[in-house]
Design a protein around this ligand. Structure first.
Ligand SMILES: [Zn+2]
Length: 440
């Protein structure tokens, strides 16, 4: 179902009414100084882009782009590359380079490519917008839950995480073009295809691009909650994989000739059950274990996995070193233990540059009479914003996307459409402000 023209103009009227209300609040001395000074050209562009945005969002949802579905990703990224070319971008399709790929236990052989679109302007500031096109779903699932609009909600698999974000970065660039703004030096859009498998192939590109830009805005969706928000902190996630090699033997007739890998693993798990550090937010918890093949065989192999969370990138070194030290205290000297410490995602840390950018984002949203909360605690998953922040002092902000719900579920994933025009306005105005050095 598509929105009719009448519902679009109703929306526009709604926004005007909201603005009038905002001016009232300003007269009452309530909110930020900029209130009531919404940029009319951007406001109109946001309204004009509502329908084209929804058309593109529908197309994006209809492409099945599970992280391991290279065929689907190739089709979707080819389509996206064409869309960016049609609005004047210089476009590159970037295949992940094996030498720069961080392989984890679940990394597929073939990793999907990235779309990089570059717009060259007349100014000096370099601004990076990021989003991801892959989803956690497998082929065929979209048919059971196709794109549809019902009232204020647009449904579809991957629509919140993160198809809405891909459509956002496309339409922010498109809005800037339609209002004739090119005051940035470079506006770069990077869309990757491996976020849901912890960005093994794109993390290096994200970090490199982050390091050569003056500001980064990432377009994951923002949760429902009671307040609309953006985020300055995301989770840092690692995993410890322990592999114990022992020696098999008959459990009944010659157990003494075996080396029981399960005993060693149990010892290791128990001696590493207290490695969380509450004062720094470092957490280590054992979550998966496997051993043994037959009741009557002393097990030769055992494995376990721990989930690790950190709030600071620098805490990875400490917890990894502590694990590698502790594991040396073995129960069975003949067993062989290997430790694999996977840094799946760094955390995005709250730093002053990010706070300054967030303050500007709040001021721009106040132009619409809307308030934005700034999330300073990592909630839920890690995101690519942290890779973009890894090697730069430039500010990075996350959750610039629409309000959404149901990411990673297979029922009722949706976005709230009343946040569409405000968020398009916000991101577009932020590119304009950042181009002038505001928020930096
Ligand atoms: Zn996501």
């Amino acid at each position: 179902m598509r929105l009719s023209n009448s519902s679009i103009s109703t929306r526009r009227r709604g926004l005007v009414i909201a603005l009038l209300a905002a001016s009232w609040a300003y007269c009452a001395g309530a909110a930020a100084q900029t209130l009531g000074k919404a940029d009319q050209a951007v406001l109109k562009a946001a309204a004009d882009h509502r329908k084209p945005y929804l058309d593109d969002l529908k197309s994006l949802v209809e492409f099945e782009t599970g992280s391991r579905d290279t065929e689907g990703i190739n089709q979707a990224t080819a389509w996206l590359a064409d869309r960016f070319k049609s609005i004047g971008a210089q476009v590159e399709l970037i295949e992940p380079v094996e030498a720069n790929t961080y392989r984890m236990i679940d990394t597929p052989d073939k990793i999907g490519r990235m779309v990089k679109a570059t717009f060259t302007g007349t100014g000096s500031k370099k601004i990076l917008l990021i989003a991801h096109i892959d989803t956690v779903y497998t082929k065929g699932m979209t048919l059971q839950q196709p794109f549809r609009i019902d009232g204020n909600k647009a449904y579809g698999l991957g629509i919140a995480d993160d198809k809405q974000g891909v459509a956002m970065v496309l339409h922010v660039a498109s809005m800037l073009k339609s209002i004739g703004f090119a005051g940035f030096g470079t506006l770069t859009v990077l869309v990757n295809s491996d976020e849901e498998i912890s960005s093994p192939g794109s993390r290096e590109v994200l970090a490199r691009e982050g390091s050569v830009h003056d500001a980064v805005m990432s377009f994951e969706s923002t949760g429902l909650g009671d307040a609309e928000r953006v985020a300055l902190a995301t989770a840092g996630i690692a995993a410890v994989e322990l592999k114990v090699e022992g020696r098999a033997s008959h459990a009944g007739s010659a157990p003494e000739r075996g080396v029981n890998a399960l005993y060693e693993l149990s010892h290791q798990i128990l001696q590493m059950r207290d490695m969380s550090v509450p004062s720094t937010g470092v957490k280590l918890n054992w979550t998966v274990a496997q051993s043994g093949s037959n009741r009557n065989v002393i097990p030769a192999y055992a494995t376990a996995v721990a989930d690790v969370r950190v709030l600071k990138v620098s805490d990875y070194d400490g917890i990894e070193a502590a694990v590698r030290e502790r594991v040396k205290k073995q129960l069975l000297s003949e067993s062989k233990i290997t430790v694999n410490f996977e840094r799946r995602r760094p955390p995005l840390e709250v730093v002053d540059t990010n706070r300054k950018l967030a303050t500007q984002v709040q001021a721009v949203y106040a132009e619409l009479g809307r308030t934005l909360a700034v999330g300073l605690q990592a909630e839920g998953g890690g995101t690519d914003a942290a890779f973009a922040a890894l090697r730069t002092k430039a500010p990075v902000i996350e959750r610039m996307g629409l309000q959404g719900f149901g990411a990673h579920s297979n029922n009722s994933e949706y976005v709230l459409l009343d946040t569409l025009e405000p968020r398009l306005y916000l991101a577009t105005r932020m590119v304009m402000d950042l181009s002038k050095g505001l928020g930096l």
